[in-house]
Design a protein around this ligand. Structure first.
Ligand code: NAP
Length: 325
């Protein structure tokens, strides 16, 4: 039997690396888009690099996307590429819109040109709910994004729905709430807290500068969330799904858990810093994943506490190796 072929944009990112691992374990032939950089940033996929094929291209370059699909002839495409950091989206709003919003249209258009039977997944975000119109948020909750990133993701969501309805594509928008892992970028708050707790424990630094302590998020583990992406593309009929833990935690609680993993009290080390506050904060983000539970049979396996512990332990190990401690 011929192997199913998959094309993943954003394969060098957190979710891309977990998804590639999972699809390899399912017997897929995995292809990933990588953009040209002066130094390679393949840390997250180094351990599977000999099992996947990397294709050069960019979400800003239509030709590279169409060519990649023509060469690969994939069965499934997962669009995970994005300028994905909310804070940066205020500093680079046009670039964020180009990659995170218009990039989706470029890829959908490439699918239309090459083979409309390709199944498509779009990485949508709870940031689309922003100033929340209801609690908890579900698939039918109206969007009210509060950052250029959120606005770009709303565009990506609707262009996916539009191509599905206009051209009958098997196109799905997965509205994922926050998910982290030891592979999360250091700029994201859950990784920042885990990393700083480990660094403080090892005596490498003595403070953590942090923004709004009261903001609340619904967090899960990236490994659980990429499984949901795959389940979505295995459905006969494409639809949109919210993926969330259904529980919300404040930054204070995050600090509590991370620092208690290393037997420290965060209050002795945390300094509030205006620079990490958002110009416009989102409200109480908490997702209702009951549609995904009912239709996909999806349930998260890793709790928030387990996730933070996993991240702190991984960072301790990483830092000890780096500093030969
Ligand atoms: P991430 O770690 O920041 O990865 C982003 C990926 O996009 C990287 O591989 C990056 O490549 C790639 N990329 C950025 N600009 C590109 C361009 N112009 N052309 C080609 N590739 C480009 O993000 P993540 O956490 O894995 O998230 C995956 C997706 O899910 C993103 O779309 C994100 O917005 C969305 N999402 C994430 C969460 C979450 O909590 N993690 C929640 C909801 C939605 P480089 O390595 O070259 O930079």
């Amino acid at each position: 039997m011929t192997k199913k072929r998959v094309f993943i944009t954003g394969i060098t990112g957190q979710d891309g690396s977990y998804l590639a691992e999972f699809l390899l374990s399912q017997g897929y032939e995995v292809f990933g888009l990588v953009r040209r950089t002066s130094t390679l940033n393949f840390e997250r996929i180094r351990h599977i690099q000999d099992q996947i094929t990397l294709i050069s291209g960019d979400m800003l370059d239509q030709t590279s996307l169409t060519r990649a699909l023509k060469d690969i002839q994939p069965d499934e495409v997962y669009n995970l590429a994005a300028q994905s950091f909310v804070q940066t989206s205020w500093q680079q709003p046009v670039f964020t819109g180009d990659v995170t919003a218009l990039g989706v249209t470029r890829l959908l258009d490439a699918i239309m040109t090459v083979n409309p039977a390709i199944r498509f997944y779009q990485a949508s975000s709870s940031e689309m709910f922003g100033k929340v119109q209801e609690v908890p948020q579900r698939e039918t909750t109206p969007f009210y994004p509060r950052s250029p990133y959120g606005v770009a993701k709303v565009y990506g969501h609707w262009i996916t729905v539009n191509y599905r309805e206009s051209y009958n594509l098997h196109a799905t928008s997965g509205i994922l709430f926050n998910h982290g892992s030891p592979r999360r970028g250091l700029e994201f708050v859950e990784r920042k807290v885990a990393y700083h707790a480990a660094k403080i424990k090892l005596g490498l630094i003595n403070e953590i500068r942090i923004g709004n302590l009261e903001s609340q998020r619904d967090w899960g583990f990236a490994g659980d969330y990429v499984y949901a992406m795959w389940l979505m593309l295995q459905q006969d009929t494409p639809a949109d799904y919210v993926i969330a833990s259904g529980k919300t935690h404040s930054i204070e609680r995050l600090l509590d858990i991370a620092f208690s993993c290393v037997d420290l009290n965060w209050k002795n080390y945390a300094v509030q810093d205006e620079r990490f506050m958002r110009p416009a904060e989102v409200d109480l983000l908490i997702g209702d994943a009951s549609k995904a539970r009912a239709e996909l049979g999806w349930q998260p396996q890793v709790s928030f506490e387990q996730l933070i512990q996993m991240m702190v332990e991984a960072d301790l190990k990483l830092l000890k190796a780096e500093h030969r401690l």
